[in-house]
Design a protein around this ligand. Structure first.
Ligand code: URA
Ligand code: SF4
Length: 287
């Protein structure tokens, strides 16, 4: 039998299953609508979808995960239902995925859910092995990534590639960049490469959470403060967090410096530290 929302929309079992999955993933809000509905050609359909979404939300109350309830975080923090390090064991288990990476990509579509769509040339979803045991998460696309639609292909990306390939080779671990998966917190390039705003991270963050839930890697490596904040909900700077293990929904999460930071000549000490962090991650995942 179908559930019926208060507004009278029939809710199929499939739709219900998706909504429950997103809820179990800790996604509080599904941003189904465009950022500027009035300027979109399909404005009327979008508005109808929004109404339906509101009704569905009323029919399936989205409960806050226990970890989030126990440790309230300010609204400015991206909240993907992520557990802070200490009570990580209390985090609910990651639900069995009911979708694929291609499904997520299709759902993103020609996304206008946040203002970052305005400046984008190509949306940057992610790259690498869908069966990867290790996922790197950056901040957001830069100019080169925006042009090519592939994460970490610019100068910082080349450094990341060298770090992965060289560290693995040195440690006798037979993997290369193509064996891992790489993506960002936001999928569209922020203007002038500014840091993504909290609302942009919140809106786009659902896609990152869904990617990670489908990939289910053995470990995640957060590159820089933005990814670290997004995935841990913590506010400390990357300097304090790096080199330490956290958890994202039960998956070990290492925080390290962003490769762009390592490119600056006065940060050569950080380079050595980043290499150490990467070594730890590679051994945890591939030993
Ligand atoms: N910096 C990022 O954070 N991500 C990219 O994809 C490229 C540069
Ligand atoms: Fe959509 Fe994310 Fe791009 Fe914003 S950054 S428009 S939410 S894909």
């Amino acid at each position: 039998p179908h559930l019926r929302s208060p507004a009278g929309f029939a809710m199929t079992d499939a739709l219900r299953r998706y909504l429950e999955y997103y809820r179990d993933l800790g996604i509080r809000n599904l941003y189904l609508t465009g950022y500027t509905t009035s300027t979109l050609p399909k404005a009327r359909e979008t508005a109808a979808a929004a109404t339906a979404a509101g009704a569905v939300e009323a029919a399936v109350p989205v409960a806050a995960p226990p970890a989030a309830a126990a440790v309230p975080r300010p609204a400015t923090t991206l909240d993907l239902g992520l557990a802070p390090a200490a009570p990580a064991d209390a985090a609910p288990a990651l639900p069995e995925p009911v979708e694929t990476l291609d499904d997520i990509l299709a759902d993103i579509g020609n996304c206008t859910r946040c203002r970052l769509h305005k400046g984008r040339n190509k949306l940057v979803f992610g790259v690498g092995n869908p069966k990867a045991k290790l996922v790197f998460v950056g901040e957001g696309p830069g100019a080169d990534e925006d042009e090519q639609g592939i994460p970490f292909v610019g100068r910082a990306g080349q450094l990341l590639t060298a770090m992965i390939d060289n560290t693995a080779a040195k440690e006798g671990i037979p993997i290369r960049r193509a064996d891992v998966y790489i993506c960002n917190v936001v999928k569209c390039r922020p203007p002038d490469n500014r840091t993504p705003e909290p609302d942009e991270m919140e809106i786009c963050g659902q896609f990152l959470a869904r990617q990670l839930a489908v990939l289910r890697p053995r470990a995640i490596c957060a590159l820089g403060g933005t990814a670290a904040k997004a995935l841990t909900g913590r506010k400390e700077g990357v300097t304090r967090m790096r080199g330490n293990w956290f958890k994202w929904r039960g998956i070990p999460l290492m925080v390290t410096y962003h490769p762009s930071y390592l490119l600056r000549p006065y940060n050569q000490n950080a380079k050595r530290e980043a290499w150490e962090d990467l070594k730890k991650v590679l051994h945890l995942v591939y030993d």
